[in-house]
Write a protein that binds this ligand. Structure first.
Ligand code: AMP
Length: 142
């Protein structure tokens, strides 16, 4: 497996070199909107540690990462009025990974709807900003 590349796009987001629609941040994790959402409210939670994916990560990153995933998933229920929330995570290209910095997808699933394609169409930035705001409001109430 190749080694972690600190020039990947999520590392650049963490360093503030490229913009993102931020939802939440703590010492170990960062959550923001996926730019090509598979559903309204599709969010990503990343660790601040440098690892490609789950396979090369130090196990100490998982507890804080999943704690933030749970926080964001609960906020998704409230912000997007859903009961169902899909959590998914890809490891290496054959499994569908396209960005090589450990991240977890949080996708609200309204009943009876289909998911849009993975890494499909870029969303409008104003819509992503609005959805990030809904998350932040839900988190502020929690
Ligand atoms: P994967 O590596 O397959 O788990 O997916 C990477 C995800 O990152 C995809 O869902 C992309 O839509 C998303 N993505 C790629 N570039 C950006 C970006 N600059 N900001 C937010 N999301 C991104």
């Amino acid at each position: 497996m190749p080694s972690y590349d600190p020039e990947n796009i999520f590392a650049k987001i963490l360093r503030g070199e490229i913009p993102s629609h931020k939802i939440f941040e703590d010492e170990h994790t960062y959550a923001f909107m996926d730019i090509m959402p598979q559903a309204d409210g599709h969010a990503l939670v990343i660790t601040k540690a440098g690892s490609r994916n789950l396979l090369d990560a130090d196990p100490s990153v998982f507890a804080p990462l999943m704690a933030t995933v749970q926080k964001v998933a609960r906020a998704a229920q409230k912000a997007f009025g859903v009961e169902g929330v899909l959590i998914k995570q890809f490891n290496e290209a054959d499994a569908g990974q396209t960005v090589y910095h450990l991240h977890v997808h949080v996708i609200p699933r309204p009943a009876g709807t289909l998911l849009k394609p993975h890494s499909g169409k870029m969303a409008d930035h104003s819509l992503l900003a609005e959805h990030a705001g809904k998350y932040r409001a839900a988190l502020a109430e929690a």
